[in-house]
Design a protein. Structure first.
Lengths: 305, 258
């Protein structure tokens, strides 16, 4: 039988079979390794989801009204319209919307949904007419300019109070930054954990198969042929762990949705946000890369041998 | 002429007439500077030859085989296959060249927890033979070494003689043109040793070049072939085919030429 001419497709098939045999020979080791990785990835993806929702909530709060002017009681509709036009003419203001007392009360009832009746029990003064002023980007990002504008507006007779939301803005920004930092930190930690766990698992496999590897080299296996099954093992393990983490996150979010889904709109954040498909794809790619790097690291010794 | 080395980057299509299959020129290998494992060895080996490398333990037999198998590189001198220097080949090219060789060890180097098929199949996997062809070829070589029907046994469960035969089957599987055997009968009883030697003879009869490192004078006497004598890493002589006597008392071999 002529066996002198081999085919690349069969070489690839043998490499894949070797990777599979690595799992079959040490199923428990791979199971625990995958479980550890999935836990690390889940903590990261969950924090990322929290950070994204926090960001959305904060954007919602900040974006709803960047400056609110409350008008004195007795301000007529004509005066409101005049004031609206006057404010809109100021440089750096994109939009001004008028909210009458009645509209404010109706909005309150809508926001509270099933609890909207509470609005009926509150006094008239709880719902003053107001102007919501939307600032241009330049003005939004300049605290001084916003304060100058507020000081200018507060001198107008019919204006009771100017609300800048500065404290809120700063606190929410700090929270948003904290959420993002935590997500990044956990992301880096999860990647490090993934690399170390995969490296340890693959190293165990390499040690157990040291004799086999040496025989393979004797019979003409290239470095790539020896290394590839281990790289596939590592990358596959981390990718599956990431998929498991995303699946667990999906079910967690279903539960969170059922508990908090009706509260989020009350907080001004809209629906609970989930990871977008592009983020999910990036995470899967990240898991794959972490596995590949971990396996590659564990093979350094093999190359030196 | 069959091709020993098929790396396209070197373009060796076959053994050129003016070149021996293997040529060692002034090859030395030092593990310790003061004590060479191999010193200034020059040697030609022709296609289809059966060659013994004789010598006591530590004479440099295994070092010479390792150099021929390219598991080690010479510190000085050159090794040529079909006229091409292989001392400085890239690792991938070395791997490709090794696929033309079958190697047999005294300690068999089988993987105990793998089946006989998996052990023999290793040599076929790396050259990209299909799984079905591997099964077929494993059956063929096992029959050749008299072990038909043990495909699924674990290598670790076989006797020493059977393990060596499986190792020979592994070496034979890819139809190599060069067989290197390092003390192949060293740990076998007489019956198994004779069987292994018969196998090596049979491989040689089919045209393969066979190089056997051994210290067993009985073996060399029973199946005489050209013999190379090493002592303390130095080539102290070689014989043509036939009786081999030395001026050296320890080896009891006659050096015909150096």
């Amino acid at each position: 039988m002529d066996v002198s001419e081999g085919k690349t497709v069969y070489r690839v098939a043998h490499i894949l079979l070797r990777a599979v045999s690595g799992f079959r020979r040490r199923p428990w080791l791979h199971f625990f390794s995958m479980f550890t990785l999935a836990a690390a990835f889940l903590s990261f993806t969950a924090t990322l989801t929290v950070a994204l929702n926090l960001n959305q909530l904060i954007s919602g709060w900040i974006g709803n009204s960047e400056m609110t002017v409350y008008l004195k009681e007795g301000t007529s509709r004509e005066e409101m319209t005049q004031l609206q036009n006057a404010v809109l003419a100021i440089d750096g203001i994109d939009k001004v919307s008028v909210t009458s007392r009645e509209a404010a009360r109706a909005q309150f009832a809508r926001d509270l949904g099933a609890y909207g009746d509470i609005g009926a029990t509150l006094p008239k003064s709880a719902f003053p007419a107001s102007l919501d002023i939307f600032l241009s980007d330049a003005l939004t990002h300049s605290s001084d300019a916003r304060h100058q504008l507020a000081a200018r507006l507060s001198k107008v007779n019919m204006i009771e109070e100017v609300e800048l939301y500065d404290d809120w803005f700063e606190r929410l920004s700090a929270m948003s930054t904290m959420g993002r930092t935590a997500a990044w930190g956990l992301g880096i930690l999860a990647a490090v954990v993934a690399i170390l766990v995969v490296a340890a698992t693959v190293r165990t496999g390499v040690s157990a198969r040291r004799r086999e590897i040496s025989v393979m080299r004797f019979v003409g296996a290239t470095q790539t042929y020896v290394r590839l099954p281990f790289l596939i093992e590592g990358a596959f393990e981390a990718t599956v762990a990431m998929l498991l983490a995303l699946l667990a996150l999906h079910y967690m979010m279903n539960h969170v949705d059922s508990v908090l889904g009706s509260i989020m709109p009350l907080l001004g954040g809209g629906n609970i946000m989930r990871l977008t498909s592009s983020i999910v794809l990036l995470l899967i790619l990240g898991g794959f890369m972490a596995g590949l790097i971990g396996a590659r690291l564990s093979l350094r010794k093999l190359e030196e041998a | 002429m069959k091709t020993l080395y098929t790396n396209p980057s070197i373009q060796v299509k076959g053994m050129a007439d003016e070149h021996p299959m293997i040529r060692l020129f002034r090859v030395s290998k030092f593990y310790k500077p003061e004590n060479p494992a191999l010193f200034d060895v020059s040697l030609d080996i022709d296609q289809g030859e059966f060659l013994y490398i004789a010598g006591a333990s530590g004479a440099g037999k295994s070092t010479l085989l390792n150099l021929l198998h390219l598991s080690e590189h010479p510190d000085t001198g050159t090794i040529q296959f079909n006229g091409h220097d292989v001392s400085s080949l890239k690792p991938s090219a070395v791997s490709v060249l090794r696929r033309s060789m079958g190697i047999i060890f005294q300690d068999f180097k089988l993987i105990d927890d793998l089946s006989v098929t998996a052990n023999i199949g290793l040599a076929l996997e790396v050259i990209g033979v299909s799984p079905s062809a591997i099964h077929q070829r494993v059956g063929e070589v096992l029959e050749e070494v008299g072990l038909a029907g043990i495909e699924n046994e674990l290598a670790g469960c076989l006797s020493g003689g059977e393990q060596q035969r499986v190792a020979i089957a592994r070496a034979l599987a890819p139809n190599p043109q060069l067989i290197l055997a390092d003390e192949p009968t060293g740990s076998l009883d007489t019956y198994s040793a004779n069987f292994v030697l018969d196998m090596l003879e049979s491989i040689h009869q089919r045209g393969a070049t066979v190089i056997v490192a051994t210290h067993d004078r009985m073996l060399m006497a029973a199946r005489p072939h050209r013999t190379l004598a090493l002592e303390n890493g130095k080539l102290v002589g070689f014989s043509r085919k036939g009786a081999f006597r030395s001026k050296d008392a320890k080896l009891n071999l006659t050096v015909e030429a150096i």
